[in-house]
Design a protein around this ligand. Structure first.
Ligand code: FES
Length: 114
């Protein structure tokens, strides 16, 4: 059964709370609500859309091509391919931080040189 969740996006321009369905990628729900977020591959690979959880919450990242247990443990989320499973509060525009995190952990970090 489809559920809807409140997603608070903490962007550089301020906070916006949107609604996202459990069958919906958060990036798409944000775009539909008029919130433009970075993205490139839309496949859960390049890390351009990275966000970071602020607080507890659950999401399904199984649509991502590469999302690692270490990413989850550190609170990172790939918004292009994440479906909510609870209300969430997410700081957006974390691509540089996530690439740095991956590099520091010896993990793949696409486009970390740019
Ligand atoms: S846009 Fe590439 S991982 Fe989300």
């Amino acid at each position: 059964m489809r559920q809807c969740f409140n997603i608070t996006l903490v962007t550089p321009e301020g906070e916006r709370t949107i609604t996202a369905g459990s069958d919906q990628h958060i990036w798409e729900a944000a775009a539909a609500a008029g919130v433009r977020l970075p993205a490139m591959c839309h496949m859960g690979h390049c890390l351009t859309c990275a966000g970071k959880l602020e607080g507890p919450g659950e999401f399904d990242q199984s649509d991502a091509r590469q999302y690692l247990p270490q990413d989850r443990a550190a609170g990172y989320i790939l918004l292009c391919t994440a479906k909510p499973r609870s209300d969430l509060r997410i700081r957006t525009h974390r691509q540089r931080a996530m690439r740095r995190f991956r590099l520091d952990a010896g993990l793949p970090a696409p486009y970390a040189g740019v």
